[in-house]
Write a protein that binds this ligand. Sequence first.
Ligand SMILES: [Zn+2]
Length: 341
Amino acid sequence: MTDDGAFTYNGGKVEPGDVQNVRYGISETYLGDPIRIPVTIINGERDGPTVFLSAAAHGDELNGIEVVREVAFEWDLTDLAGTLICMPVLNVPGFLFQQRYLPIYDRDLNRSFPGSEESTSAKRMAHRIFENFVEPCDYGLDFHTSTRGRTNMIHVRADMTRPDTARLANAFGVNVVIDSDGPEGTLRREATDAGVPTITIEMGEAHRFERRLIDEALGGVESVFAEYGLHDESTVRWPGWRTIITGDKEKTWIRADVGGIVDMHFERGALVHEGDRVCTITNPFKDDNTVVEAPFTGLLVGVLENPVVYPGNPLCHLVELGGPTLRVVEREQSPGAEGRT
Ligand SMILES: [Zn+2]
C-alpha cells in the first residue's frame, strides 16, 4: 500500500474507494498468447488491513472459487475498511483442463511458491502472483478441497505456533484446526514465512460445488472480517466447539491393507468410537470381507468417495477426540440433534 492508501501492483494502481477487475498475465501459452488470472481488487474508502482470498491453486478444486466470487461480487462492501485481493482461480491452465496440477510437466503450483523469475514455468507463474498480490497483503485465506476421489469436512490448516496465524485460524470459526506449518512451496507456508499470516481452508470434494460448505466458508470469511475490523456489521463466530490437532498422534490416515472395493459406513464429519466398523473392503470373488475398525475414538475429517483401493491407499482421515470436546460432539451427533456432517 502507498501512503495515499492506494494498492499498487506491477502495471496498475487501485485508489481507495475503487474496484478493479484485472486479468493479470502470469505466463504464455505455446502459441505465445497470455495466460491470465482473474484478480478483483477492492480498495475500501476506509483504512484497514489488506487481505487476499485465493482458490483453485489446484485446478480441479472448485468450492473455493464460489466463495471468493461471492465475496467479491455479491457482498455489500461499501463500508469496507481495508483492501481485498480476490483471486478465484490461481491455476488457470489446470482449471481449464479440470486437473489438479499445471498441465505443463504436471507441476504443482502449490509447491512452487514464492516462485522465482528465472526458474521453471511453474515458479515463474508463482512469482508473478506472489510478488504482486500476496506479499503486499497483511493476511491471506487460501481455499482448497480434498484430492479427487476423497472428501473433507470443512477445516482449517494453520501454523498454530505463530500467534498471528493462530488468531486468523481461530477467527475463521470452524470446529477443526490442523496445526502444521505446511509443506515447503505451498502458498500458505511461504506467505506466512514472508510475513503474511495465511491459512488454508479445506472443504469438500474436487470437481464439485457444495452449497452448504460454501455457505459455511462464507460465514468464516465474515467472521475473519469482523476480527480484523474490515466489516462493521459482522461478528466473530464461535463454532460451538473447537479441536486443534497437533502432532502425528492425534491424526491418522487409516490405510487399506487389502485391495478391493470399499463400503464406507460413515460420512465425513461423523464421530466414530473405538472399535466401530468404519468400512468394509470387499472384492468380486471374496466371501471373507475385510472389516476396518476405528483404532480410537475420533472424528472422520476426511473419507474416501471413489470406493476403490490398492493396499496402502487411504480410507479415511480420523482425528482423536476426547474430554469435554468429545461430550459436546456426542451430544451434537446424538439422534434428534442436528448433525454437522
Ligand atoms: Zn488443494
